[in-house]
Ligand binder design. Structure first.
Ligand SMILES: [Zn+2]
Length: 74
């Protein structure tokens, strides 16, 4: 998996997935939630930092399996 080496904007889905996890997405993800269903987290160099920021909103947060697979957990 290629690591992103530029800062990207990250968002967290307000709605949990069926496992109760709130997914974190990059701004260019095709699975980006609708505007009313997402919270902007900011820009981060590493997706792990974005997931940590998301956990301030939702303790159960993880990376999207599509856009930041390296930060996705089952
Ligand atoms: Zn995504």
């Amino acid at each position: 998996m290629q690591q992103r080496n530029i800062s990207a904007g990250y968002y967290v889905n307000k709605n949990p997935d069926p496992n109760g996890d709130h997914e974190v997405h990059t701004s260019d993800c095709r699975y980006m939630p609708r505007e009313e269903n997402r919270i902007y987290l900011g820009t981060f160099d590493k997706c792990r930092d974005a997931v940590q920021a998301a956990k301030k909103h939702y303790p159960k947060a993880h990376g999207c399996s599509y856009c930041i697979k390296e930060c996705h957990t089952e």
